[in-house]
Write a new protein. Sequence first.
Length: 87
Amino acid sequence: MLEKYRATIHGDRIEWNEDVPKSVRDKKSIIVDVTVVTSKPKLKKPNGKKMAEALEKIAAGGGVSSIKDPIKWQREIRKDRSLHGRK
C-alpha cells in the first residue's frame, strides 16, 4: 500500500510538514522512497473575473439542476450549524 506524506529533509533528519505516518508516531522504523522536489509548485492566483463569469453562466442556465427548491435547500443547510448569538 502506498501512502504519501509531505516532509522536509534537513541533513539526516526528516521534519514532517503535515500528518506523521502512524508507524512513526508508534516509534517503529519505516522504509521510504524519497522524491526530491526542486522547485515549489506554482499556485494559481485567484481570478475574480473568471469566477464571476462562471457563476453568472450557472445562474443564466437556471442554477444547479440538482437543487429543485433553492430557498428550501438553503434553509436546510443553515439548520446544520448554529449561528452565534442565535437559538
